[in-house]
Design a protein around this ligand. Structure first.
Ligand SMILES: Cn1c(O)c(C(=O)NCC(=O)O)c(=O)c2ccccc21
Ligand SMILES: [Mn+2]
Length: 262
């Protein structure tokens, strides 16, 4: 009967979800990164893509960082600075961002789940309670890239990077834009295509230097970073100490200047 059918459907969905979380746990423990394809399905993915496109076309993205021309051999002629990635920070439920907001909720439930499941290995060392806002990024596609870097080299609290890609029929052979992660220690690299409805996770710290190779087609991605409560707290305390130290130095310098020569 119908009730039986729906119960089985839900059970199947729940099992699929469990399997998904199990796979992420084993990937993160084994490789420090995990790739999930078809995360939300075509229909939902398209809604997010259209929302991001309309934000971009409305000029809501900050101008990307200015980078010199991409061709290293040609002399950097004045004025050939091109704009790199352009980004827009999306908080919670601002108007016109409901689909991005839905996405971040879906990623949240996976991350909070894998963080609390039993036998989750390294993930069990973290206590993830909050994340950054969502960073919506667009590479305009004129060969723009992002240099090799570590997201969190200095223990600012971010432990997991989650990136959701929106690029339909992406073919890296003609469009480039590959995310290359060079897990350390290790000698292999992971080349990840920014494919539509693909969600990836990787440790945000020095274990995962990565770069975005030059993109020759508009390349959209949405990133959220998850904090470990302890590392985040310690980072905030350090920042406060640093702050008060610099304030004191400034105040002292001010005071010394003000004092008449003794
Ligand atoms: C635009 N963009 C990024 O694309 C990546 C990044 O690592 N992207 C990986 C990817 O898109 O596959 C970043 O890490 C990043 C950090 C600060 C500001 C902008 C940034
Ligand atoms: Mn990065």
């Amino acid at each position: 009967n119908a009730e039986q059918y729906f119960r089985e459907l839900l059970d199947k969905r729940e099992r699929r979800y469990e399997d998904l979380c199990r796979n992420i746990i084993s990937d993160m423990n084994q490789y420090g990164l995990s790739v999930v394809d078809d995360f939300l399905g075509m229909e939902t993915g398209l809604k997010i893509l259209n929302e991001v496109r309309s934000m971009y076309n409305a000029g809501a993205f900050q101008d990307g960082q200015v980078v010199t021309n991409q061709t290293p051999d040609a002399p950097a002629v004045r004025g050939d600075k091109i704009r790199g990635d352009k980004i827009k920070w999306v908080g919670g439920n601002e108007p016109g961002c409901s689909n991005v907001w839905y996405l971040t909720n879906q990623i949240d439930s996976v991350v909070y789940r894998v963080n609390t499941m039993k036998d989750n290995g390294i993930l069990g060392n973290y206590h993830i309670r909050e994340r950054t806002r969502a960073m919506v990024a667009c590479y305009p596609g004129s060969g723009t890239h992002y240099v090799m870097h570590v997201d969190n080299p200095q223990k600012d609290g971010r432990v997991i990077t989650a990136i959701y890609y929106l690029n339909i029929n992406w073919d890296a052979r003609e469009s480039g834009g590959i995310l290359r992660i060079r897990p350390t220690p290790g000698t292999t690299v992971a080349d990840i295509e920014p494919k539509f409805d693909r969600l990836i996770f990787f440790w945000s710290d020095i274990r995962n230097p990565h770069e975005v190779q030059p993109a020759h087609r508009t390349r959209y991605a949405i990133t959220v970073w998850y904090f470990d409560a302890k590392e985040r707290e310690e980072a905030l305390i350090r920042a406060k100490l640093e702050n008060s130290k610099t304030n004191n130095l400034a105040a002292q310098a001010q005071a010394q200047q003000a004092e008449p020569d003794s």
